[in-house]
Ligand binder design. Structure first.
Ligand SMILES: [Zn+2]
Ligand SMILES: [Zn+2]
Ligand SMILES: [Zn+2]
Length: 181
């Protein structure tokens, strides 16, 4: 019984810690940005006030081919950004992704329950050859202004097919594994 209670406490702690949208950090108070999950907020503070989007190489040594695109203003999730700010983020991220991977570019956003960083960010990488066949659920849009943000902040990924974009979403929490590490 004691063990069971301990397990419940551990699971609850993990769940609480997992939803980084609730992070109470405030960029106006640098001392509140010290936590691990606020690392990308600190990176944003190190950037000049403009442009509105910046890029970082993924520091995870197991993901040597990955980059991140991030909004310079602090936002804890894509839905809380204005549609104009999201359009700027998508446009810049797609341009960077194309410059790195040509037609094989891809963008992936993990779900809010599984993100480990509170600052909104988009993963940039090369779409794996197997990804399309393994992820048959997608919508087709004409361009970045039409990219929908999934309800409930679940994960999604985006790539180009011809002159259209595919937005793949199936309610999962992690999609970045469609991109080459
Ligand atoms: Zn934070
Ligand atoms: Zn931030
Ligand atoms: Zn596709």
């Amino acid at each position: 019984m004691l063990l069971f209670r301990l397990l419940v406490v551990l699971v609850l702690a993990a769940l609480v810690r997992a939803d980084v949208r609730n992070c109470a950090c405030d960029a106006a108070k640098p001392e509140t940005l010290a936590a691990h999950e606020c690392g990308l907020c600190r990176e944003a503070e190190n950037q000049p006030a403009s442009p509105a989007v910046f890029f970082l190489k993924d520091i995870n040594p197991r993901k040597p081919n990955r980059w991140l695109a991030l909004p310079r203003p602090h936002a804890h999730s894509l839905p809380e950004m204005s549609s104009q700010a999201r359009l700027e983020l998508w446009t810049a991220a797609i341009a960077k992704a194309k410059s790195l991977w040509g037609d094989d570019w891809g963008l992936a956003v993990n779900g809010d329950e599984r993100r480990t960083q509170c600052h909104a960010h988009v993963h940039i990488g090369k779409v794996l050859d197997t990804a399309e066949a393994e992820n048959p659920a997608f919508v087709v849009v004409d361009g970045p202004a039409e990219i929908p943000v999934p309800k409930h902040a679940t994960a999604f990924w985006i790539h180009a097919v011809g002159n259209k974009l595919h937005v793949h979403a199936n309610g999962e929490q992690v999609t970045e594994f469609v991109l080459m590490r």
